[in-house]
Design a protein. Structure first.
Length: 169
């Protein structure tokens, strides 16, 4: 099962995720769960229908605790056109879940160390996103490696970095 998490708004670019998923589904049986709510829900449901994957896509709405889904997902996919700091990407990695992300401004390239911890693809490129998803489904990285990387973005570590910058300058 593939997982997307976020508000159903233009920023998260779930249409690109659905198009990529349709390509993945054509060669590999799997399902897509999207956790989140927003004004694009109906549009996304219609797109899934038109792509012929509505039976394999579940828009579950807002879920206060996405971690049980992240732990069980075969991969987490961030399809955003832009981000501030993609917390869901870090949370998925902390759960040991393989990740795929668009190389959107700003955050994914830094978190994934320019693709070292998960594939980065161009924003809006559903073909590249589908290929990255298929790669991660067949070549899963060790969960511990992802968890170690996510730990670098923990509140304690980030706070310590801020303190060093503020008081050691």
């Amino acid at each position: 099962m593939l997982l997307g998490v976020g508000r159903l708004v233009r920023q998260k670019d779930f249409p690109t995720l659905l198009k990529a998923f349709a390509r993945v589904r054509a060669v590999r049986p799997t399902h897509l769960l999207i956790l989140g709510e927003g004004r694009e829900r109906t549009k996304l449901e219609m797109l899934a229908q038109s792509l012929g994957v509505a039976d394999a896509v579940a828009l579950l709405g807002f879920t206060p605790n996405p971690f049980p889904y992240m732990v069980r997902a075969a991969a987490f996919v961030l399809s955003s056109a832009w981000e501030g700091s993609p917390g869901a990407l870090i949370e998925a990695m902390a759960c040991g879940c393989p990740v795929v992300s668009t190389n959107c401004p700003s955050g994914p390239a830094e978190i994934l160390d320019n693709g070292l911890y998960g594939p980065l693809v161009p924003v809006g490129d559903s073909d590249a996103l589908a290929q990255a998803m298929l790669t991660v489904l067949t070549q899963r990285p060790p969960p511990e490696r992802l968890q170690d990387r996510a730990a670098a973005f923990s509140v304690g570590r980030v706070a310590n970095r801020y303190l060093k910058v503020l008081f050691n300058s």
